[in-house]
Write a protein that binds this ligand. Structure first.
Ligand code: IMP
Ligand code: MG
Length: 177
């Protein structure tokens, strides 16, 4: 049975996402060859992207996760970023790649990036599936971007609305009633 989702209009299909993620994986494979690399996922939203992206990287990488919360609930950012759980390994002297589902205001990555830089990695880059440049409040350098999108609230492929819709296999625009 397929659940009806009348408020969600498809934006990025599964094949589109798949093709783009493979291309990002190939670029990362080229750029990180021969480097001791830790790929860090920001939970929860990153989980499908992280699984697909890391499997598209043809290198012997290490993975770790950090859990952050930036949205109180609903569709507006609280502007407050909380680290709920930290990565479980040292990145000192290693090449760290932060992976995020979407960069909106930039506040989350700004904070996480500074925290990571304090730990003195050999390099620090950022990969994000989606980018909403029109919403930026603080600049963050993005090295690998899947898709830049308009100012829409999107759900699916990890992105949630109050914890729901993360398991949709595609990305859709959510329109409130
Ligand atoms: P930022 O700190 O404003 O850049 O927001 C980053 C976080 O906000 C992401 O990791 C998402 O959890 C959430 N977010 C931002 N835009 C959306 C959206 O369109 N749909 C779902 N979550 C979003
Ligand atoms: Mg979220």
């Amino acid at each position: 049975m397929t659940m009806s989702r009348p408020r969600i209009k498809p934006l990025l299909t599964e094949p589109q996402i798949f093709a783009r993620v493979q291309a990002l994986g190939e670029a990362i494979t080229r750029d990180y060859a021969g480097k001791e690399t830790v790929v860090i996922g920001l939970l929860n939203g990153v989980y499908p992207f992280f699984a697909d992206l890391t499997r598209a990287i043809d290198l012997d990488i290490d993975v770790s996760f950090m859990r952050v919360a930036s949205y109180g609930n609903g569709m507006e950012s609280t502007g407050e970023v909380k680290i709920i759980s930290d990565i479980d390994k040292s990145i000192r002297g290693k090449h760290a790649l932060l992976v995020e589902d979407i960069v909106d205001t930039g506040l989350t990555l700004h904070k996480v990036r500074n925290l990571m830089l304090d730990r003195e990695p050999a390099s620090l880059k950022i990969a994000t599936l989606l980018n909403k440049p029109s919403r930026r409040r603080v600049e963050v350098p993005l090295d690998y971007v899947g898709f830049s999108i308009e100012d829409h609230f999107v759900v699916g492929y990890g992105l949630d609305l109050d914890g729901k819709c993360r398991n949709l296999p595609y990305v859709g625009v959510y329109t409130p009633a």
